[in-house]
Design a protein around this ligand. Sequence first.
Ligand code: GTP
Ligand code: SPV
Ligand code: MN
Length: 610
Amino acid sequence: MTTTPTNTDATTNASASLPATTNTTLFEWVGEMAKLTQPDHIVWCDGSDAERRRLTEHAVATGVLKPLDPKKRPGCYLSRSSPNDVARVEHLTFICTPTKEEAGPTNNWMAPADAYAKLGKLFDGSMKGRTMYVVPYVMGPVDSPFSKVGVELTDSVYVVLNMRIMTRMGRAALERLGDSNDFNRGVHSTLDLDPEKRFICHFPEDNTIWSVGSGYGGNVLLGKKCLALRIGSYLGKKEGWLAEHMLILGVESPEGQFSYVAAAFPSACGKTNFAMMIPPRRFKGWKIWTVGDDIAWMRVGDDGRLWAVNPENGYFGVAPGTSLKSNANAMQTTAKDTLFTNVAATADGDVWWDGIDGEVPDELTDWQGRPWKKGAADKASHPNSRFTAPVTNNPMLSREWDNPAGVPISAIIFGGRRADTVPLVLQSFNWLHGVYLGATLGSETTAAATGKVGILRRDPMAMLPFCGYDMGTYFGHWLAMRHRIQNPPKIFLVNWFRKDEEGKFVWPGFGENVRVLKWIVDRARVRIGGRETPVGWVPREGDVDLSGLDISAERFEIATKVSAKEWMKELESQGEWLASLGPTVPAALHKQRELLVAAMATHPDLAEEG
Ligand code: GTP
Ligand code: SPV
Ligand code: MN
């Protein structure tokens, strides 16, 4: 027997279910947190199907979830958040290292003692009248040396049901943990959803995360951005690996050759779509297999290559824009056993969002539960409405998705949302230049975080909101990794979002991106040509297979153009960015920039102007 002898917690008087562990460190910590938050009940989650049914019934009965039509969307539910709680809140997210310098200039910082005191006050009695769920989970395959165990205490049944999809949750996690004290300690209380009392605090040294006042994904599903990226990147620096905001996919050629790539695009910039892409008809025999759609943990293998694991177990994906045309695999993935958040509802019990297939219905219930009529000024689905779906629903799930060793990475791709300057694809000259391209990545902001959208900002490696320590030191870690990897992946920059003079996207994107991916994989395997520009390699005409695609040579040239004038401006702005990060930015990156500027300055387009 591994159960404990009691089902009431003597220190709190809360009724408690029986946990399947003897881990005293865990008991003590749960007891301590229960004493602080004072829940009426404590429920230890086992991850079973019976538990899912029970919690789902409870969520429906209390109005947290609304069942969808069981024929149209079997096992699916709709959740509506508080209208003030629909995205990550970067201004309320803190890294609580002993010194501000360790958090660096791009993170909000609070001294650990201050943060514990401030949030401790908010947690005090915050679960009175509520249930505290104890959610043990593993990030990564349960039996992988890559993986990390976390335990999240939460008073939200929505969080439990989402964690159940997004992580390996329950008994398996307690078994993996055993009596070890090496687990992430996450505490989440919904409080009253007052943005004035909303904080997401990370204590890397204590492997602890405290989150209050929100119910939104990235703020409260603590295994995801908080553990897998912010704490993960801190551990990666310490332990010699990389925790990255990257999708992982496998490309299968018609000959049956597999190549794996990892790609970092900022939030709502196309990772899920790229990871699930369906090649166009012309690419018969080519298959894209999804390993992960948001996060990659990468380590050097015994063979000197970089190996990547997806720590997640589900997809927390952007709904708007998802359709049979743009992402049929995501449509199939969300056909059953999926939780939808802040999408619109149809009268017949289905979901709806902007960009979904078919006619816009005349009437809908909008994401806030209000009647909506076609043509209304307000959007029926929130721009950051999301689906939570198990990876096993994905028809193109890679057979390697759960491999404890991960997959070997041949290419790393950075990409952003750039209306100009950045060509469709650019290959770096070497690792240092590739790290430079990642470090200076720029992208227009999206609805995934609270704030204005469409503003160009630097988002290095798509990690600006997710790096758990000083940015310059993080760049140094990337450069240092080169010396551990004997056979490093080639590094690329892509941009699906370049616009023409009329403001239209020049490149069709989505499944057509496989054409670019093929060039990338062929370049990584050194079997296709390219053209050298002062800022990197681009495909020559004919290098990218455009057959069967309705795009003119001129338009392809616009898509792949490297303009000397635009790049001189870009390099200047990149210099300001690097300078703003302070003295920890490696000298090699400054020198790399100077070299690019000097090389670009010899360009005839600039010389003509004198
Ligand atoms: P997070 O989950 O926030 O990290 O987002 P993500 O990077 O996974 O982005 P996702 O794939 O969900 O795409 C976000 C939005 O960009 C959706 O509305 C997509 O329809 C759109 N999008 C994705 N790929 C492309 C593309 O190649 N071209 C264009 N024009 N839009 C795209
Ligand atoms: C992102 O914003 O990058 C997401 C969604 O993937 S969240 O989990 O909220 O971070
Ligand atoms: Mn993301």
